[in-house]
Write a protein that binds this ligand. Structure first.
Ligand SMILES: C[S@@+](CC[C@H](N)C(=O)[O-])C[C@H]1O[C@@H](n2cnc3c(N)ncnc32)[C@H](O)[C@@H]1O
Length: 322
């Protein structure tokens, strides 16, 4: 049972030598029984994109089934959050078989109903050339008349919720100073805006994150620096490749991750270990727990994606011939 890693600060006389702990749990995050009430200081996550054709085709039977799962996870998050702390949900409306699902609005409602306060919304803007799905805007080029317009999507939303009021005086001065925000970085990278321009990770075949829809390190990096103190605990209930955990280790925070897909265990371990630098003593510990409710998913989903792609190609080819 994880109580509170927050006190695991092991300051040596020379500088801050902090050992961090990372618990990677393979199992369904609708049940986070390994976490005690009030044991997590920050949540950063990106839930599965509802039945997104390139990542999770037909993973959920219906949109209602998806929303029910999100509701159960939100309830667990509310249970384990420290009072006053922040939950960041990276999400986007999803286009499935020509229909757009209002995921951002529905998740906002779900988290408010779970008892968290809606604090802010940041729009993450990706570079124009980084579109994964086909360019919908091209329709206007073929039919330059009103009503054919569908924009290309280069954004995602970061929803920010807060678990009640934060007591700024609860943090010792030394920890505040150790966690001080670099104002140059804050100004130069324009963290202060409601839009963040960040290059996304394209799930290329050669990448560790292939088929995972990972977010770039820069997202958890900014959020961890803005919303947590050194030695605290960051949770990602939809861990994927373990980006949040890796960055937490880099920024001297403990982390917990939940991931249902057993096939990602090797990738997560590899990713977190990629922060290991031969020059330094290993300053973090990783524990992997595999629960009965974990299941293999990735290969099955990727095979489905491949089949869909080849069917789409054949349809295109046949319609060109016709
Ligand atoms: C969008 S990905 C997260 C990617 C992650 N942010 C990264 O950078 O790699 C969502 C992940 O949630 C996992 N997942 C889906 N349902 C889950 C559940 N009920 N419990 C735990 N993990 C789940 C999926 O297998 C997938 O790996």
């Amino acid at each position: 049972m994880i109580k509170n890693f927050g006190i695991n600060l092991n300051n040596k006389e020379m500088g801050r030598d902090i050992k961090t702990f990372h618990k990677l749990i393979f199992g369904d995050s609708e049940n986070m029984r390994e976490l005690e009430v009030g044991s997590v200081h920050l949540v950063i996550t990106s839930p599965p994109y509802f039945n997104a054709p390139f990542d999770y085709p037909d993973l959920y039977k219906t949109y209602d089934v998806y929303l029910d799962k999100m509701r159960k996870v939100a309830k667990e998050i509310k249970r384990i959050m420290v009072k006053g702390r922040i939950v960041c949900i990276v999400c986007d409306d999803t286009l499935v078989k020509g229909k757009k699902y209002p995921v951002v609005a529905d998740l906002t409602k779900i988290y408010i109903e779970a008892g968290l306060n809606y604090r802010d919304k940041i729009i993450w803007i990706k570079p124009e050339g980084y579109i994964r799905i086909s360019r919908r805007s091209g329709v206007v080029l073929q039919h330059p008349y009103p009503m054919y317009f569908y924009p290309d999507n280069i954004q995602e939303t970061i929803l920010i919720f807060q678990n009640g009021e934060f007591d700024y005086r609860s943090i010792p001065q030394e920890i505040r100073e150790n966690s001080k925000i670099n104002l140059r970085e804050y100004q130069e990278k324009k963290w202060y805006l409601t839009t963040w321009n960040i290059v996304n990770v394209l799930p290329l075949k050669t990448r560790l994150e292939n088929g995972i829809a990972a977010f770039p390190d820069e997202i958890p990096s900014r959020l961890i620096k803005l919303f947590s103190y050194e030695g605290e605990t960051v949770l990602d209930p939809f861990m994927g490749s373990g980006t949040t955990n890796k960055v937490s280790a880099q920024l001297r925070r403990n982390s917990v991750g939940y991931e249902i897909d057993l096939e990602l265990a090797k990738i997560v371990k590899e990713k977190i270990d990629s922060r290991q630098n031969d020059l330094f003593e290993k300053d973090y510990e990783v524990e992997i727990i595999i629960r009965d409710d974990a299941k293999p998913l990735r290969n099955q989903l990727q095979n489905k994606v491949k089949t869909q792609k080849s069917v789409a190609k054949n349809v295109q080819r046949n319609s060109r011939r016709a």
